[in-house]
Design a protein around this ligand. Structure first.
Ligand code: NDP
Length: 317
């Protein structure tokens, strides 16, 4: 029986996970097929229930479902529990186990970004969704002393801070309103900026005006397609060291592969396939076209381009 692994998100049409995961299954001689399922939030419970079927090996979960899927699985691992977000599902018999391999992916990306420097202690994080939760957890675990979260809807940022309450009690974790003067003040104190919003998936959009970015920041944009976002270009022009989300995607994918198969991930092959897919423009065969406005649907977006060209919007992972 060919086993199935599905990526559940909305949108998913241009996800690059399929390119690296299918190549990894094939290279490991595992008879499995990686499928893309575009499911709107209302259809999520039904999609998760389907995974109980014998043919399913597991799933990835992406934008915007990583938090909403938590109560739909039978058990969560420590990292999924600690972040309140699930990006990978495995099976234990018929039981669904929720994992968070974004944490491992982010930790790899953070180490690569910081390189040989001393690990900084202050960060600004843009966004408070599922990806941001893995980022904040990774920063707390890496020993950061002050992390400030900015989010379009402040209450979502506040909920994230409240969620981490006890595990971040030894440090300062704060949600702040998305005002340029507040952002500017916090960026001038921080050493690291992480964009964990989906703003930038549409080329030309950027979450914050370039003028706010001080030189010498380390900037990680979780977006990997486009490979260079406007935020990255503007940060680089300001004198910052920048990195996109490709390394995080690769390492969260490798961890997920190992969980589904119990086999070491062919990391070099996965990297090669990911890079090929990015070079090809990020399009892999998809089952559906994302709905208009599915990703970035409201301000704040600096000099926002209209989001009408949603078919060009790749999936988050
Ligand atoms: P979610 O849907 O859970 O969260 C989306 C976040 O983006 C929210 O904070 C939301 O704010 C914010 N946002 C959306 N539109 C706007 C806008 N117009 N202006 C300002 N903020 C906005 O998605 P994820 O957390 O799963 O993913 C977020 C991004 O991170 C995606 O680009 C995804 O590709 C990337 N990612 C990459 C990974 C990798 O491996 N490289 C791993 C995980 C994520 P609000 O709460 O106000 O709606």
């Amino acid at each position: 029986m060919t086993r199935r692994v599905v990526l559940i998100g909305h949108p998913v049409a241009h996800s690059l996970s399929g390119a690296m995961q299918q190549a990894a299954f094939d290279a490991a001689g595992i008879d499995a097929r990686y499928e893309l399922w575009d499911r709107a939030p209302l259809a999520l419970p039904e999609a998760i229930a389907e995974l109980h079927g014998e043919d399913f090996l597991g799933a990835n979960v992406t934008i915007p479902h990583k938090e909403k899927v938590v109560p739909l699985v039978d058990k969560t691992t420590d990292e999924a529990h600690a972040t309140g977000a699930v990006n990978t599902i495995t099976k234990d018999g018929k039981r669904l186990i929720g994992h968070n391999t974004d944490v491992a992916g982010f930790t790899h990306a953070l180490d690569a970004l910081v390189g040989k420097q001393k690990m900084p202690r202050q960060a600004v994080v843009l966004g408070a969704g599922g990806g941001s939760r893995a980022v904040v957890f990774g920063l707390v675990r890496a020993g950061f002393q002050r992390v400030v979260v900015f989010n379009r809807h402040l209450h979502h940022g506040e909920a994230l801070v409240k969620f981490f309450g006890r595990s971040a009690a030894h440090m300062e974790l704060r949600a702040m309103p998305w005002h340029e003067s507040v952002l500017e003040a916090e960026l001038s104190k921080a050493k690291i900026l992480v964009n964990a919003t989906s703003v930038g998936l549409v080329p030309g959009e950027t979450p914050i005006p370039g003028e706010l970015i001080p030189p010498d920041l380390l900037v990680l944009d979780l977006i990997y397609n486009p490979a260079q976002t406007r935020l990255m270009r503007e940060a680089e022009a300001a004198g910052c060291h920048v990195m996109n989300g490709e390394g995080m995607l690769l390492h969260q994918g490798a961890a997920a592969f190992e969980l589904w198969t119990g086999t070491p991930a062919p990391l070099d092959l996965m990297r090669e396939k990911l890079e090929e897919a990015i070079a090809a423009g990020g399009s892999t065969p998809a089952d559906e076209t994302p709905p208009a406005g599915a990703v970035a649907d409201a301000a704040p977006v600096a000099d926002a381009a209209p989001v009408a060209d949603a078919a060009a919007v790749p999936a988050g992972d």
